[in-house]
Ligand binder design. Structure first.
Ligand code: UGA
Length: 500
């Protein structure tokens, strides 16, 4: 929707009546400027709104004001530049300014796992809501986007109304976010669906107005009550985690009988009812979302007396953890049974490619375990080195792929960066001491590695399936596999930000 249309407020004046915006489009604040909040703030400005991002971290605010995105997210730096240049986006640490500025306030702060518990840590959500509410003096809407245990939104609705001088004039809604790191801009501007969790018609109307540009483009909308909207998010992430662990459980079975999980996954994916997305076997899931979300869901389910219903998520988590152990075991096998003194090139530290996020990263976890067993590990990641160093300062990092491979006895691919997939096995072979590779992400072309004289192993597949190939004759190469088992689109296919 063009910007000029957005200022045409004659179509729906409900929001203006209720929030006293006097005929202008609502002004937005976005509290929390991490992956979710920074992306949301930039995208809302891209859609034509005046947006103020708020964070307690002055360094983050300073970086964003200077046009620097403090994490790796393809497409976001350019979108930030354009939004800042438009004059519609600013950032602050000042909650009073935010409360005064905004008609609609999005809460995008983190809900990490509590130390020593599976529960979500709601301190940041509670603080942000309270800080804001205490300063909001006129009718406004707070919209939670963070992933929270069911029941949080209803509790916060009461809390903010009690704290705010605006009282009942302050409304709260929930609008879960489904963006993937690495595709954050695209997922925000062209989401699969929008979910509005609301407790009043006013909240629904305000959300409809703010998301009108996306609704106009045909984005499906689900309007729900507050608890259902909270559950949609955790149910979605639990389903995705379950699908990944399902195929990895099949990998375990395949390993017991020398069957090939790559071929199995391909055959399953051709059944449209099953589908190939999130059916890619390998080292399993990590990151700041799926692992902690399935644990927090279980924890909350127990609290509300529905623990049995999601007990299976324990297994989903356990299967995922076993893939990491299996990877360490296979590296040890490739090293001849002894890791002490073995030089291992660990390729990847990020939890997935196109991200510098190392939170609960399977890659970093495996590298660290190999090191603890006495291996001489060198890690290389194109983007996540700095974050990896922050978490494990004593884990040696290489500045390049060739530096990591130099003299290695075993190479293990842990994150499927394009750089690793594009590398030539022959050229890599010239760098290493021994041509032995474990492909823990099913990302390399095993035939080419075998042809180049490498010992090639991967999870869930026989050492030599088919004739001379670890993948077996009928399985396509990585490029074709991507079509049959579509995961995320290639970064190059990422849509450009909407221009208005
Ligand atoms: C995930 C969800 O996909 C998003 O929809 C959600 O909004 C987000 O969490 C969130 O809660 O904020 P993200 O954490 O960015 O997004 O990462 P994913 O793309 O889901 O990947 C998660 C992990 O699963 C990665 O470690 C990836 O390597 C692994 N994975 C994914 C597999 O092992 N196999 C697959 O087939 C797919």
């Amino acid at each position: 929707m063009p910007l000029t249309d957005m200022t045409d407020t004659t179509k729906d004046d409900t929001m203006h009546a209720d929030t006293h915006t006097s005929g202008r489009p609502p002004r937005l604040t976005v509290v929390g400027t991490g992956y979710l909040g920074a992306t949301h703030a930039v995208c809302m400005a891209t859609l034509g709104y005046q947006v103020l991002g708020v964070d307690v971290d002055a360094a983050k605010v300073e970086a964003l004001v200077d046009g620097r995105v403090p994490f790796h997210e393809p497409g976001l730096p350019q979108a930030l530049d354009e939004a800042l240049a438009s004059g519609r986006l600013d950032f602050t640490t000042d909650f009073a300014r935010a409360a005064d500025f905004g008609d609609i306030h999005f809460l995008c702060v983190g809900t990490p796992q509590q130390p020593g518990s599976h529960a979500a840590d709601l301190r940041f959500v509670d603080d942000a809501a309270a800080q804001l509410a205490a300063r909001i003096t006129r009718p406004a809407l707070i919209v939670g986007k963070s992933t929270v245990p069911v029941g949080t939104a209803a509790r916060l609705r009461e809390l903010v109304r009690t704290l705010s001088p605006a009282g009942e004039g302050l409304e709260l809604a929930w609008n879960p976010e489904f963006l993937r790191e690495g595709f954050a801009v695209q997922d925000t501007l062209r989401p699969d669906r929008l979910v509005f969790g609301v407790a009043s018609a006013h909240a629904e109307q305000a959300l409809r107005q703010v998301y009108d540009p996306l609704l106009e483009e045909g984005t499906p909308l689900i309007v729900a009550d507050l608890p259902t909207s909270e559950l949609v998010k955790v149910a979605a992430n639990s389903f995705l985690a379950t699908k990944i662990s399902y195929i990895n459980a099949m990998a375990e079975v395949c390993e017991a009988v020398d069957a090939d999980v790559g071929v199995l996954a391909r055959a399953l994916a051709l059944d449209e009812r099953i589908g190939g997305r999130f059916l890619r076997p390998g080292l399993g899931f990590g990151g700041g979302c799926l692992p902690k979300d399935i644990r927090a869901f279980q924890h909350r389910a127990q609290e509300i007396g529905a623990g049995e219903a999601v007990r299976f998520l324990d297994d989903v988590d356990a299967i995922n953890a076993r893939r990491r152990t299996r990877t360490v075991d296979m590296v040890r096998d490739l090293a001849g049974g002894e890791l002490l003194g073995t030089r291992v090139a660990a390729l990847g530290a990020a939890f997935k490619p196109n991200s510098d996020d190392v939170r609960d990263s399977p890659a970093l976890d495996v590298a660290r375990r190999l090191q603890l067993e006495g291996a001489d590990v060198v890690v290389y990641d194109p983007e996540a080195a700095e974050n990896a160093h922050r978490v494990h300062p004593d884990l040696p990092l290489a500045a390049s792929l060739s530096e990591a491979l130099d003299g290695s006895h075993v190479t293990v691919l842990l994150t499927e960066w394009e750089e690793f997939q594009a590398a030539q096995p022959e050229a890599l072979g010239a760098l290493v001491s021994r041509r032995r590779v474990l492909d823990a992400r099913h990302a390399l072309d095993g035939d080419r590695y075998l042809e180049a004289g490498w010992e090639y192993r991967t999870l869930g597949r026989p050492v030599t399936a088919g004739v001379g190939s670890p993948r077996g004759r009928s399985e396509p190469g990585p490029g074709e596999q991507e079509q049959l088992l579509p995961t995320a689109p290639a970064p190059s296919a990422q849509a450009a930000p909407l221009r208005l």
